[in-house]
Design a protein around this ligand. Structure first.
Ligand code: NAP
Length: 321
């Protein structure tokens, strides 16, 4: 019987299906050092499935016959792909099924930051609503404004569509390469990063984390943004120099920010918590019951196909390169 290591909490139904056909070992951080557990269990494992763990040489080196790591995510920056290629281990992910859900969340952050939703919710519940609201409670318009998307991939394009069709926004974008097939229907203009930052009322980062996108947004970039502009990050925390963002918010270099992802997660004791002009969410871009189910099913399919000696559809490194 082939062995599967489950390295994070996964959908219960998927777990039972796996248990019917495979020898399944579920790792549990409550039982001790998780990396020790990985090193021990990976020795004779054929497959792994899960999310949210750093997997690299330090914990995968003992693997003798590991064929696939099936990640229940679209982003794969937690995995050392170069090392997996060297060991000839496939890495699969779950693109597309979470695109619209994550774009919904990006827009939730955008609207919440623009209209000060968390601040006003708290203010109302505290009983502060004693007379009609004033400038402190006023937000910013979204309809008809300029939306700048950095990373016009699947999610970036879905965010842009919401802005274009729903809010009559002028769409501009920056990407490693131009994307006419996505941009043309939205009348979206390609700009350099600096031009996009200077012209946008709302800037959203939707890139994958890679060597070029790491710390893409730093002090110099925030200083290029307009004073009334809002910055949204649903990509990965390390796309942003978080300290530079905190200072930009503290010094009112920009108006506000909406964040789902952070340099270090879970976010604890952060200076961000003290800022009224930032909306902080706990990395929930894809976190709806329906979408998490679809991601779990897709990850299960990828895993099983590899274990049945077929080629899974969503491989990050199909040819180990
Ligand atoms: P995708 O389709 O691969 O899109 C990523 C886009 O970013 C691509 O168009 C890519 O350009 C572009 N890009 C990468 N590096 C860049 C750079 N340095 N400068 C400019 N553009 C760059 O992926 P996706 O499905 O939209 O997902 C994007 C990312 O969102 C994921 O990798 C993940 O990290 C994050 N995410 C977060 C959540 C959440 O819960 N908050 C949920 C889902 C995904 P090319 O066309 O040249 O490749």
């Amino acid at each position: 019987m082939k062995k599967v290591v489950v390295f994070s909490q996964i959908d219960e139904e998927i777990l039972s299906r796996l248990q019917q056909d495979y020898h399944v070992v579920v790792l549990n951080p409550k039982l001790g050092d998780i990396n020790e557990q990985i090193r021990k269990e990976v020795v004779d494992a054929d497959g792994m499935i899960g999310a949210g763990r750093l997997l690299n040489e330090s914990n995968l080196a003992p693997a003798q016959k590991l064929k696939i790591i099936s990640s229940v995510t679209v982003g794969y920056d937690n995995y050392d792909v170069a090392y997996l290629n060297q060991k000839k281990i496939w890495l699969s992910n779950t693109p597309h099924v979470l695109t619209e859900t994550t774009a919904d969340l990006a827009f939730t952050l955008l609207l919440s930051a623009a209209r000060k939703v968390p601040f006003l919710d708290h203010w109302t519940k505290q009983g502060e609503w004693k007379r009609t609201v004033g400038p402190q409670q006023f937000g910013l318009d979204v309809f008809g404004k300029t939306l700048g998307i950095i990373g016009l991939g699947n999610i970036g394009a879905a965010i842009a569509r919401r802005g274009f069709y729903g809010f009559n926004m002028n769409i501009v974008y920056h990407n490693r390469r131009e994307k006419p097939e996505l941009a043309e229907p939205l009348n979206a203009q390609y700009l350099s990063l600096d031009e996009l930052l200077q012209q946008s009322d709302f800037v959203v980062t939707a890139v994958d984390l890679n060597t070029e996108s790491k710390a893409l947004m730093g002090k110099a970039q925030f200083e290029l943004m307009q004073k009334h502009a809002i910055f949204i990050n649903i990509a990965r925390g390390s796309v942003v120099d978080e300290q530079a963002l905190i200072e930009a918010l503290q010094n009112e270099v920009i108006f506000a920010s909406g964040l789902d992802v952070y340099e270090k997660e879970p976010l604890q004791d952060s200076a961000l918590f003290k800022l009224p002009n930032v909306v902080t969410l706990p990395h929930v871009g894809s976190a709806t019951a329906e979408t998490r189910k679809k991601m779990a099913n897709l990850a299960y399919k990828n895993l099983v196909e590899a274990l049945e000696d077929k080629t899974p559809r969503y491989l990050v490194n199909p040819n180990f390169e």
